[in-house]
Design a protein around this ligand. Structure first.
Ligand code: 4AD
Ligand code: MG
Length: 431
């Protein structure tokens, strides 16, 4: 007999198969027991009928405890009431290991308790669905960039120079030197774009941010494309096409997961390119006219400001041309204004905040040198980076998409901690 996975059941209709899994939940009457089984690939109901399996096996099935591991032998049948569409008519149950008092029961638990038990919480239906969506976002990201002529490049994680300023760096010993954990691979991706044209990275990034919000992780994963000969406006087009592609992929390939999360798919279907562009200047005016008197030109936006702007459009919105004073050193100045730079943040709707930060990059050697100085950065640490401006410099642009914020938005999770398997948060390094 074949041992198969739950997700393969549709190919085995009418056959008797063996499945290795865990008991997620159960209910029973005197004559029939329903076992909710999971095997990692999916969830399915196993039906145990006393008259068919006999007194002894029925009693055994009824007594199985949550998260006990087992092999089930059963016939695959159709179940029109479930969205999966199939169920198992159980013939035999072989217990592998009995789980006693599994802490995460189907009842409600507090967040701290769940986070302490993250290694077990991951087994629940909701967390399973979010991890599947995360995987689909990653898969479709590689698909999008490979379809569009990009090459995957892996920047280092231990670094000597930093793109986003020095205040949030994790420092570590590197033999006799100091090194930092990467907060962004951008500078390396710029160098790689000069070698490979269009490149993208996907890797972990680290920020020692003291922010305790539903959008901040200490360790998060970023997708960072960088494109030679691509200017600001064209980069925005790549960004909106990219978001559209991953959104369509999740809608198409994760319908069971979205249903389990009770995510309103009709809403997601609307999020398609083109996305509105709002200048920073207009965003400030809009906010001031709509009751936000706590912000003036030159300030950075807080979460409530971003939410108000995105809500007004009910779409992801690009906020463009921020003041030079609140952005990093490498951004290309506006051709006709010296107070703003050629950059944009993409703000997700429904309160999920900034999911992309990007810009055109400076490629003039003297200007870059001057900006490094103005930002009080150690020029020797950036000597290699300056070479990009020195040898065949070209206009180029790039951006960074935060994976966890994107997954939170698509799956409707209310905190980024649920969108990464083992979140690193302020004051949380375990499990
Ligand atoms: O806006 P950021 O800081 O941009 C950069 O790092 C650029 N160097 C990227 C580039 O142009 N190559 O970060 C990019 C994105 C943010 O828009 C956000 O989605 C995510 O990374 N992000 C975080 N996600 C979770 N927790 C945090 N602490 C985050 N900080 C940034
Ligand atoms: Mg940003």
């Amino acid at each position: 007999m074949k041992t198969i996975m739950i997700q393969e059941m549709p190919d085995h209709l009418g056959e008797t198969v063996r499945i290795g899994g865990w008991l997620a939940n159960k209910r029973s009457s005197g004559k029939i027991a329903f076992l909710q089984l999971r095997d990692g690939s999916g969830f399915v109901q196993g039906v145990v009928v006393k008259e068919i399996v006999g007194e002894e096996l029925f009693a055994k099935a009824r007594s199985i405890t949550q998260e006990t591991s087992l092999y089930i032998t059963a016939e695959v049948t159709v179940d029109e009431r479930s969205s999966f569409g199939f169920e198992l008519q159980v013939k035999d149950v072989e217990i592998i290991h009995e789980a006693v008092d599994f802490p995460i029961t189907p009842k409600q638990h507090g967040t701290e308790f769940l986070m302490d038990n993250r290694h077990l919480w991951l087994r629940s239906r909701k967390q399973h669905a979010i991890m599947k969506i995360r995987d689909e976002v990653i898969r479709s990201t590689y698909e999008f960039f490979h379809l569009n002529g990009f090459t995957k490049v892996d920047p280092p994680i231990l670094t000597g120079s930093s793109p986003e300023g020095t205040s949030e760096l994790f420092e570590t010993k590197y033999f006799d030197e100091n090194a930092y954990l990467s907060q962004s691979g951008q500078l390396y991706m710029e160098a790689a774009a000069m070698a490979l044209g269009k490149v993208f990275s996907f890797g972990p990034t680290f920020r020692a941010e003291k922010s305790k919000t539903r959008r901040h992780l200490i360790e998060f994963w970023m997708i960072e494309p960088e494109m030679a000969f691509v200017q600001f406006e064209e980069s925005l087009e790549v960004q909106e096409q990219f978001i559209t592609h991953i959104m369509q992929s999740v809608i198409q390939n994760c319908s069971l997961e979205l249903e389990r999360l009770e995510r309103d798919v009709s809403k997601l279907e609307k999020y398609k390119a083109p996305f509105p562009r709002v200048s920073y200047d207009d965003a400030i005016t809009f906010l001031n006219e709509n009751g936000f008197d706590d912000i003036t030109w030159g300030d950075d936006f807080g979460a409530p400001h971003e939410t108000a702007i995105a809500e007004h459009h009910d779409m992801p919105v690009f906020i463009t041309h921020y003041p030079i004073g609140i952005k990093p050193f490498y951004m290309q100045p506006h051709p006709d204004r010296d107070d703003v730079v050629l950059c944009a943040d993409l703000i997700a709707p429904e309160g999920y905040g900034e999911i992309i930060g990007g810009s055109e990059r400076i490629y003039d050697y003297e200007l870059m040198k001057q900006r490094i100085k103005e930002h009080n950065l150690d020029e020797s640490a950036y000597a290699w980076y300056l070479d990009i401006c020195k040898y065949g410099a070209v206009p180029h642009s790039g951006f960074g998409l935060g994976l966890e914020r994107t997954v939170a938005w698509i799956s409707g999770a209310d905190h980024v901690r649920e969108t990464i398997p083992f979140p690193r948060l302020l004051n949380r390094l375990y499990p």
